[in-house]
Write a protein of this length. Structure first.
Length: 115
């Protein structure tokens, strides 16, 4: 059974940092694109960041560009999201996704940024 398990969420003050991790089990994702999405209260799920299977290409939502960095460690079968300069509007449940059509999803981890 394929599982994506997120961790690293929590409560942080405005301007703080968090690093989210997404560990994959049951399948290797080294050749697949991986990404992060988020769902803020009262809003639909939105794309945050993505990375290709090679790790060469990365892309970001405009709202996080310059503050968030996605990376991957294929030896550990894990993807990361480094989040810096956090703002209250970054408060959301963050989801990891994998596969060319985002076929696989984690259960999410809560990030709360206090003002």
């Amino acid at each position: 059974q394929v599982q994506l398990v997120e961790s690293g969420g929590g409560l942080v003050q405005t301007g703080g940092s968090l690093r989210l991790s997404c560990a994959a089990y049951g399948r290797t994702f080294s050749s697949d694109r991986m990404g992060w999405f988020r769902r803020a209260p009262g809003k639909e799920r939105a794309f945050v960041a993505g990375i290709t299977g090679s790790g060469i290409s990365r892309w970001y939502a405009d709202s996080v560009l310059g503050r968030f960095t996605i990376s991957r460690d294929d030896v550990k079968n894990t993807v990361y999201l480094q989040m810096n300069s956090l703002k209250p509007e970054d408060t959301a449940v963050y989801y990891c996704a994998g596969g060319d059509r985002w076929h696989y999803w984690g259960q999410g981890t809560q990030v709360t940024v206090s003002s």
